[in-house]
Design a protein around this ligand. Structure first.
Ligand SMILES: Nc1ncnc2c1ncn2[C@@H]1O[C@H](COP(=O)(O)OP(=O)(O)O)[C@@H](O)[C@H]1O
Ligand SMILES: Nc1ccn([C@H]2C[C@H](O)[C@@H](COP(=O)(O)OP(=O)(O)O)O2)c(=O)n1
Length: 231
């Protein structure tokens, strides 16, 4: 019986995938905040496990060595879009996971199946625990992690636009080397055997090259609201 209390909407699961610099993090955070949903940056989790491997002297070129210790670090993600957090064994690593060293090594670490199995399990349990629903962003969310997501978005943008956005963030970096590094990482992420970066067949593709960030956010919010209305 309806006792007059506000009826809560069904939890909604939104998967946002795409290559680097397409606007996944900024869009996902804003959409989640606007709609009262949780938010998960899965790239931060792969960066966190990479940071742990580097800090503990694990040979990044040795997938067997990485696999052997993949279960060791305890990675905890806070899913409030206003203040996303990430810790490894209780240490706040939100700064250290963004260094160029971690960025250069994350594709090799995240290609190891044992790493993916571990992180995927964490992602699924966080999504299941999100009371109002969640926006999860990454590379394989729509294809592998949450194939039953209510809405799947695949963001794209030209390499030029993505490199310009990234070098705007990294002070002192030059556009050419940022573009090359970004293309190399996308190629590695797209060609790995285990759950590569890919668009799910039922994902809505949004090309953000000529859109402002507020336009992309509005587009995704509208798609979520349409989904919710149709439920
Ligand atoms: N549509 C857009 N137009 C201009 N800049 C954008 C747009 N979307 C994102 N950005 C900027 O580009 C940078 C990378 O965005 P981010 O959300 O981190 O991308 P991703 O998570 O896909 O790597 C950020 O500085 C962000 O503010
Ligand atoms: N679901 C995911 C998310 C990220 N990864 C890997 C591959 C990416 O190059 C790294 C870093 O991801 P992140 O989203 O932080 O990358 P950006 O620099 O923001 O583009 O993690 C992944 O393999 N699967």
């Amino acid at each position: 019986m309806d006792n007059g209390a506000a009826r809560t909407a069904q939890p909604v699961i939104v998967a946002i995938d795409g290559p680097s610099g397409t606007g996944k993090s900024s869009t996902s955070k804003a959409v989640a905040a606007q709609l009262g949903l949780s938010y998960l940056d899965t790239g931060a989790q792969y960066r966190a496990i990479t940071w742990w491997m580097v800090t503990n002297g694990i040979d990044i070129d040795d997938p067997t060595a990485i696999a052997a210790v993949a279960g060791k670090p305890e990675i905890v993600s806070g899913t409030d879009p206003a203040q996303p957090t990430i810790t490894v064994d209780g240490v706040d690593v939100s700064g250290p996971i963004r260094t160029q060293e971690v960025t250069a090594k994350v594709s090799a670490v995240s290609a190891v199946p044992e790493v993916r199995a571990r992180i995927t399990e964490l992602q699924r349990s966080l999504a299941a625990a999100a009371e109002n629903g969640i926006v999860v962003e990454g590379r394989d969310i729509g294809t592998t992690v949450l194939p039953d997501a209510d809405l799947k978005i695949f963001l794209t943008a030209s390499a030029e636009a993505r490199a310009a956005r990234r070098s705007g963030e990294l002070k002192g970096s030059d556009l050419h080397s940022t573009r090359e590094a970004l293309i190399k990482r996308d190629a590695a992420d797209s060609s790995r055997k285990t759950s590569p970066l890919a668009k799910a067949d039922d994902a809505v593709e949004v090309d953000t090259t000529d859109l402002t960030l507020p336009q992309v956010i509005e587009c995704v919010v509208t798609l979520v609201e349409e989904k919710r209305a149709g439920k």
